[in-house]
Ligand binder design. Structure first.
Ligand SMILES: [Zn+2]
Length: 113
């Protein structure tokens, strides 16, 4: 027949071990948290670079899916010095004097001065 004293004595180490286990979990969680924090700090520049890369890829994809938008955005309209028509810069003809003309006709026969 076990004495009440011994019963308490067997219970005490059990409680101590659970407390130890809890402490172990706390330490493990703290270490994991610290590792994650360090990993995040270490990886942050890479994450930012990755985000920039994704943005660039998205922009490229946008240009590829909507090809009509990009030339319109990049080409400025320039006014013809002869007839006054607004024409995309890539299609303009530049005279020796530096004037811009919409066509060969305007370049050879300037109607306005
Ligand atoms: Zn013209």
């Amino acid at each position: 027949m076990p004495l009440p004293g011994t019963g308490a004595a067997t219970k005490a180490p059990k409680r101590a071990s659970t407390a130890k286990q809890t402490l172990k979990y706390v330490v493990v969680i703290a270490v994991i948290g610290l590792l994650l924090f360090l990993l995040y700090r270490w990886a942050r520049p890479y994450l930012i670079a990755g985000r920039d890369l994704l943005a660039t890829i998205r922009e490229l994809k946008d240009k590829l899916t909507h090809p009509a938008n990009s030339p319109r955005r990049s080409e400025k309209l320039i006014r013809c010095d002869a007839c006054g028509t607004w024409v995309p810069g890539a299609r303009m003809l530049v005279a020796k004097s530096g004037k811009m003309f919409c066509s060969r006709d305007c370049l050879s026969v300037p109607r306005l001065k």
